[in-house]
Design a protein around this ligand. Structure first.
Ligand SMILES: [Zn+2]
Length: 293
């Protein structure tokens, strides 16, 4: 994994006994303390201080209903669902703009706050008997008091893959980049897609590459993963590298999901690449490094 090196933590007290970085958790072992980290969610945005750092529990009203998120550098972190942020201090930010500015553990904490709050909003009632769900202590899960249905928060796994092939004689390897029909259509991105129920991550890569660009690949290798808060809450991206099985085959796009797919020399990539905080970009940068370009 070649993600950006985590910068120095937030202004948490330094202590060797405290776990570094972000640790997800759902414990309510104690009540929120005034100095704990506070991540209020309003709509699909987070309220932060003007520099993008988390607020503190003391910044919000005493009767705020807090949901545990885990710890950041040992400091407990809590989320809450705000219907209005008008009277509160700070600034409402989308995850993408926040993740572009803050250290990676903080981006992961922010993605968990958005995911947990959005999940709670959309899982209020039992899907089997319509009773109101209650929280299951110590877990990011709810339970139906009437029929006992257990409702854990579930993740959506998606895969993405950096496919390379040898370049022309005397030239660097080539990397396959694609343009999507929706979302940021100007970006040159990697082939990606959601994993189907009953499918392995590896099978999902082969299927998505076949569906989106019509190429067989081999030498599939796991690269790393990233929690992702843009394509819906609870998305976990798993990155792979692969080699084109036929170095002479050209990609064919369907024109609906993808508008374009092209091989680029790794020493001549386009400028419109995915942002620096994304595993797409870490994969592309690692491919360039591995090719010695
Ligand atoms: Zn029920």
């Amino acid at each position: 994994m070649t993600g950006p090196a985590p910068a120095a933590g937030l202004d948490a007290p330094a202590s060797a006994a405290r776990p570094a970085g972000f640790q997800p958790g759902a414990e309510r072992g104690r009540l929120p303390a005034s100095g704990d980290l506070a991540l209020p969610v309003t709509g699909a945005k987070l309220l932060t201080d003007p520099d993008g750092r988390p607020l503190r529990v003391a910044d919000l009203p005493a009767d705020t209903d807090w949901v545990p998120l885990g710890t950041l550098d040992g400091v407990p972190a809590w989320a809450t669902d705000l219907t209005t942020a008008g009277t509160l201090p700070g600034r409402a930010r989308g995850w993408a703009s926040l993740a572009a500015e803050v250290p990676e553990p903080h981006a992961a904490l922010a993605s968990r706050a958005l995911a947990v709050i959005t999940w709670r909003r959309t899982h209020r009632w039992c899907g089997a008997c319509r009773a109101e769900l209650t929280d299951k202590p110590g877990e990011t899960a709810r339970r139906c008091p009437d029929c006992g249905l257990y409702v854990p928060m579930q993740l959506s796994a998606a895969v993405l893959v950096a496919i390379t092939r040898p370049g022309p004689a005397g030239h660097a390897d080539e990397l396959l980049l694609v343009r999507h029909a929706t979302g940021p259509t100007g970006l040159w991105a990697l082939v990606a897609g959601f994993v189907e129920a009953g499918e392995t991550l590896e099978a999902a890569v082969h299927r998505e590459v076949g569906e989106e660009v019509g190429l067989p690949v081999d030498r599939l290798a796991y690269f790393g993963s990233q929690p992702w808060a843009i394509s819906g809450p609870g998305v976990l991206l798993a990155g792979f590298t692969a080699r084109a099985a036929d170095p002479h085959a050209e990609p064919v796009v369907d024109g609906r999901e993808l508008t374009e797919a092209r091989w680029f020399g790794v020493d001549a990539l386009p400028a419109e690449l995915p942002p620096a905080y994304s595993i797409s970009r870490w994969l592309i940068d690692a491919t360039v490094t591995a090719a010695g370009a």
